[in-house]
Design a binder for this molecule. Structure first.
Ligand code: SF4
Length: 467
């Protein structure tokens, strides 16, 4: 998962990208970067860490120009090193090109092997670099034609922004796995993974790109292209469950509203004989509000979160994970003590951290802990850009719900049904990807591409999403 932001036609574009990236920090905390086109050069600034750590007034001052794109990254393909930080910038016979990408390409390994056999020399282990090699090997007088040709060769999930010497391009894969929206900022056009970035800048007239849409923005105007043969969209339902910010509108739905509906549906499907509803912050917050309203049980912030610790789910350094849960979460004893608690979270991945949280609640004096999960059991890996572990590490892939309940040491455990999840979304059921709950993968990943994804150590942490 990553966050991307770009702007065309605004003085000091990089400064606005920098602000946009602040709003998208939750989508990736491992590295960040911005590239700008100043009319002569394409300077780039990248670094490991958060937006606030990487950029300075001096580094932003080096990024002049009216066209810029930026990225917040966590690794789903390629290791966590500065060499894989984005934007990736190259010089080709068509001029300089910079790219940022959210998603995972499912045929990157086989494309890379083919390109290397033809002589390509890769600079990173990121799947995104494949796109640049495809472009460089197929130069066209009009650079957008070269990009469209490259996009026709790649498969899987991509929302991406490309800056060239003549234009800014935004593209979304034909399934529309990952969100990407555009808006106006005065006369300028900007793009963001989520609408919360537009709110920050005061951008207006936001709309999401259609699946398979490619938008080209020049100083002279905006044109839209469509990638061929758009199948049924497969928008990532997990964006609504966990990943997107609750103040964003994603796939036509207000994320916070969806989460409240998930919680209300969960209360209908899995009521609990309890005294209080407590969210695991922040991921269970809105669902807990929905559960509380529907059940009539009081909502209490019975657990606090230290916001200065990164989300363990997207933090790839083992040293952070080892003590992550206790650093991050602490129960409020005065609320928990002696009460029967309904604890709400968005998902259970390995179960290890859910168990730690349940234990924490008991140590804080909870009389009972009834764990309720606002999505179905996560039983399959994601190949489309969310950092879930290998299947064998997913507790729900290997054990029935009652065994999971025993493992996490809850008094009761219940998940939201898939039907309940899909009924909480406003789009047609078939327009969402639900593969991490059903194993129904709409883009197959086979052979060396699958081995590459499964061998790659992207999610070896002890803790998972909810955890
Ligand atoms: Fe989203 Fe799950 Fe599909 Fe991945 S497999 S795109 S996390 S719904």
């Amino acid at each position: 998962m990553c966050g991307i932001f770009g702007i065309e036609g605004y003085d000091d574009a990089a400064n606005h990208v920098y602000l946009g990236l602040y709003a998208l920090q939750h989508r990736g905390q491992e590295s960040t970067g911005i590239v700008a086109w100043d009319g002569r050069r394409m300077p780039v600034e990248r670094g490991m860490g958060h937006v606030a750590e990487v950029f300075s007034a001096a580094s932003l001052a080096r990024l002049r120009g009216r066209r810029a794109i930026g990225h917040t990254r966590y690794s789903t393909a390629g290791s966590s090193v500065i060499g894989n930080a984005q934007p990736i910038v190259v010089r080709t016979s068509m001029g300089s090109i910079g790219i940022v990408h959210n998603g995972n390409l499912t045929n990157a390994a086989s494309l890379r092997r083919r390109l290397e056999a033809e002589g390509a020399i890769f600079q990173t282990t990121s799947d995104t670099e494949v796109i640049l090699h495809l472009m460089a090997r197929n130069p066209r007088p009009e650079i957008v034609e070269s990009l469209l040709s490259a996009l026709a060769d790649i498969e899987g999930a991509f929302s991406l922004l490309v800056v060239t010497e003549s234009c800014l391009v935004a593209a979304r894969d034909s399934h529309g796995f990952r969100p990407l929206a555009m808006a106006k900022l005065g006369a300028a056009t900007c793009f963001a993974s989520e609408s919360c970035a537009f709110d920050l800048l005061g951008a207006s007239s936001a709309r999401e790109l259609d699946p398979g849409e490619v938008v080209v923005v020049r100083e002279s105007g905006v044109t839209s292209h469509q990638l061929p043969a758009t199948p049924t969209p497969k928008r990532c339902a997990f964006e609504h469950v966990y990943f997107a910010r609750p103040d964003s509108v994603v796939f036509g739905d207000a994320v916070g509203e969806v989460r409240r509906r998930l919680g209300a549906q969960l209360a209908r499907e899995a009521p609990a004989d309890a005294d209080v509803v407590v969210p695991v912050p922040d991921s269970g917050l809105f669902a807990a509000i929905g559960y509380s309203r529907e059940s009539g049980l009081p909502f209490e912030l019975g657990m606090t979160r230290n916001h200065y610790v990164g989300r363990t789910f997207i933090e790839p350094r083992q040293s952070i994970r080892n003590f992550g849960v206790k650093v991050k979460l602490n129960p409020v004893r005065s609320i928990i003590g002696g009460r029967r608690v309904v604890l709400i979270d968005d998902s259970i991945v390995r179960g290890t951290t859910s168990r730690k949280i349940v234990r924490m609640m008991r140590e804080a004096g909870a009389a009972e802990v009834h764990l309720r999960i606002s999505s179905p059991p996560t039983a399959w890996s994601c190949y489309y850009g969310i950092d879930t572990p290998r299947r064998k590490e997913l507790i729900a892939a290997n054990y029935p719900v009652d065994d999971i309940r025993a493992f996490v040491e809850a008094d009761t455990l219940a998940y939201l049904s898939l039907d309940g999840l899909l009924r909480s979304l406003s789009g047609p059921r078939e327009s969402y990807c639900t593969a991490c709950w059903t194993g129904d993968y709409s883009v197959a990943i086979t052979g060396e591409d699958r081995r590459q994804v499964e061998l790659f150590p992207v999610a070896t942490e002890e803790d998972g999403t909810a955890d």
